[in-house]
Design a protein around this ligand. Sequence first.
Ligand code: PBG
Length: 334
Amino acid sequence: MTSPGQGHFPAVRPRRLRRNAALRRLVAEHRLHPAQLVLPLFVRSGKRLRQAVGSMPGVFQTSPDEALREARRAAEAGLGGVLLFGIPNRKDVRASEAWARQGAVQRTIPLLKKELPELVVITDVCLCEYMSHGHCGVVSGKGASARILNDPSLKLLARTALSHAEAGADIVAPSDMMDGRVGAIRAALDQAGHEMVPIMSYAAKYASGFYGPFRDAAASAPQFGDRRSYQMDPANSEEAMREVAQDLAEGADMIMIKPALSCLDILYRVKSAYGLPTAAYAVSGEYSMIKAAARRGWIDERNVTMESLLAMHRAGADILVTYSALDAARWLGE
Ligand code: PBG
C-alpha cells in the first residue's frame, strides 16, 4: 500500500529519518507527558500504615496520611492525578463503608485537596471492595441461584459517588458495570448541587483475568462465581461501542477502557468515534507481568513499560492510569 505522495525504494528510504536520536525525536508522532498519567492509590483507615501488596511490587495499601505523602510525590512528579480506591474495616452486604462519611476514601479526599489543590483527585466508585461477597452489586439468593441485582445496586452506587463529591472529589469514576449507573450517579450529583463534578465512566470494562493482582491489593475477590454477568465478554467489540454510547447518553464526560493492552482496538475505535477525553487503565495484571518478568531479567522494565504506555496513547488514550506513573514520569524527565 502506498500513501499519497509516497514513492519507492531506492528514492524512498524510511531509515533516513531513523538515523539518530535527534531526528527520531523530531519526527515522533506521539509523546508521553507526566500530566496525562494517573496513579492509583489504595487507602484504608489508620495512621502511618504502609503495607506492601505482595503481587504488585512497589504498590502499597496506605492510611490517609501516607496516601498524602504518595500524592505529594505524584504532584511533584507533575502527574495529572490520582485514582483512589478504598479498603474498608468491615465488609457487609450493603457496602456501608463505600458511602460512609468517615470512610477511608472520604477522609483522604479533603486531605489531598487541601494540601495539593492542583492534583486531580479521581475516585473509583464501586461496591466490590466493601461487600462481604466481593461483588460489584447487591446480591440476592445463595449458591448456584445467587444473582447480582442491577437496579437496587444503582442506589448504593449513586450514594457512594455522592459521598465522594461531598468530600471534594474532582471526578468520580464508576467501575461497577451495572446498567444505568452513569444516569443514576448524574441525577444524584445534580440533585445535590454537584452538577459540575464530571463522571469518568469505565464504559468498556471487560471481565478480565488481568485484574487478578488488584483483588489482592483491594481484597475484593468475589467469594462465589465471577463477574461475567456484568463485566463485558472479551469476545465483543460492537458491544463496547454500545456501552460507550449509552454512558454518554446518560451523561458521562470521559470514557475509560480497561484493561488497556488487550483493548487497543477498543481504544482506537472509541477515540475515533467520539473524540472525547479517553482513558486507558493499565491494570494490575499488566503491571505485575512486567514486574515479574523484569525481576527475572527476561525483559527490561523501563523499555516495556514505556512502550506499552505509548501504544495505549497511540491507540487513542489521552489519559493513562498506571501503577508505574511515578517511574514513568521520572523516565520521561531523564
Ligand atoms: C472495581 C475495580 C476493579 C479494578 C478497578 N476497579 C476490579 C474488578 O473489577 O475486579 C481493576 C483494576 C486493576 O486490576 O488494576 N470493580
